[in-house]
Design a protein around this ligand. Structure first.
Ligand SMILES: Nc1ncnc2c1ncn2[C@@H]1O[C@H](COP(=O)(O)OP(=O)(O)O)[C@@H](O)[C@H]1O
Ligand SMILES: [Mg+2]
Length: 340
């Protein structure tokens, strides 16, 4: 198969993003190589800033069998990623991963939770705050603290530090105002769920999906007194204490009933948001053993050292097997649509 690996090369729009740019390119190269190892003819295609239409126009002329969509932002803005599948659909070019509505919904955490809440999926109670008046109103509510704050339209733990665990309304008011001033972004507050954090990797689409072996975050090396959360530093700063304190490991000592509840809840979230091909649902498990969905990640990181590849390795898959499988799942989906 001829596959174009399309990745975002939009770092002229992001101040000081040199290291990220190198990591994104290295990840795209690794995926391109893996597709070659899986027997495909793969080519790297970089998408700069606002070149989406001209790049897709060229792809239309080349007619690859598939675009492997690795774009996680355009012009340095994560919410723009939604344009990529929308334009590929416009041109009728097959691509891997979730479509525009699913990406848009997942990156609007308030709406995403509205949908899950509407479907009765277990997700912590929440409030969306668009401006300072909203922040003041929510801070005055008698919430059952602790609660947690995050940016409503970001991922990758941007804006998340230990200060986002809130003990009371005064704490919410101060931290939310600070985040709002710093990022100018809508905020989401939700009830803090103490306990384990589990990552569920799902592959497939429609009625035929499969789960890869579950992983959880081992907080064992987190210094005493620091909250057990995966902060920005935990994800991106190898020298930070949070990095060593948030080690992903295969899930341990979970009962069959707990595993079943986690899997049922994760699948329900996947279906509700409309994910396909590959994705990850993150949950926290409260001390009573109830799973709560905290994050739904379509088109999540599939670099060789990220969670999906870790889950695939636990299933005995090599990296080329994982990447080749995602490509085949996407193609099968298009063939099914064409046949129906
Ligand atoms: N309701 C919550 N209770 C406890 N911890 C949370 C909650 N929501 C998020 N976190 C912590 O913050 C981290 C990042 O939040 P998440 O919602 O996954 O955002 P992102 O899209 O940035 O990954 C999670 O991995 C988890 O450790
Ligand atoms: Mg997350």
């Amino acid at each position: 198969m001829r596959i174009a690996c399309l990745f975002n090369n939009d770092y002229e729009f992001v101040a000081g993003a040199g290291a990220d740019a190198a990591a994104v390119r290295a990840s795209a190269e690794a995926i391109c190589t893996a597709l070659g190892d899986a027997g495909h003819e793969a080519q790297l295609v970089s998408l700069q800033g606002r070149d989406l239409m001209s790049v897709v126009g060229k792809l239309e002329a080349q007619r690859p069998d598939l675009v492997f969509n690795l774009c996680e932002s355009l012009c340095g803005i994560a919410a723009n990623e939604v344009a990529v599948p929308a334009v590929l659909d416009l041109y009728g070019i097959p691509y891997t991963g979730s479509d525009a509505p699913a990406l848009a919904l997942a990156l609007n955490k308030g709406r995403c939770k509205d949908v899950m809440h509407g479907r009765g999926i277990s997700t912590p109670p929440y409030r969306v705050m668009l401006n300072v008046a909203d922040i003041e109103r929510v801070a005055a509510e008698p919430l059952d603290y602790p609660w947690f704050l995050k940016l409503a339209n970001e991922d990758a733990s941007v804006g998340i530090t230990e200060a986002n665990v809130l003990a009371d309304g005064a704490g919410l008011l101060a931290r939310a105002k600070q985040l709002h001033a710093e990022y100018g972004s809508p905020l989401l507050a939700e009830r803090y769920v103490p306990g384990r954090e589990v990552n569920v990797t799902i592959l497939g689409s429609g009625a035929s999906t499969r789960l890869l072996p579950l992983h959880e975050i081992d907080f064992g090396l987190m210094p005493a007194g620091r909250p057990h959360i995966v902060s920005y530093a935990a994800k991106w700063d190898e020298k930070h204490v949070d990095y060593a304190g948030t080690k992903p490991v295969p899930i341990r000592g979970a009962s069959d009933a707990l595993i079943a509840a986690i899997e049922r809840t994760a699948r329900a979230a996947w279906d509700a948001i409309g994910l396909r091909d590959y994705g990850r649902v993150d949950l926290r498990i409260d001390p009573a053993g109830t799973p709560w969905v905290i994050d739904v990640n379509p088109n999540c990181d599939i670099s060789p050292d990220a969670g999906v590849a870790r889950a695939a390795a636990a299933a005995g898959w090599s990296f080329p097997t994982l990447i080749g499988t995602i490509a085949e799942l996407a193609l099968k989906r298009y063939k099914k649509v064409a046949a129906s």
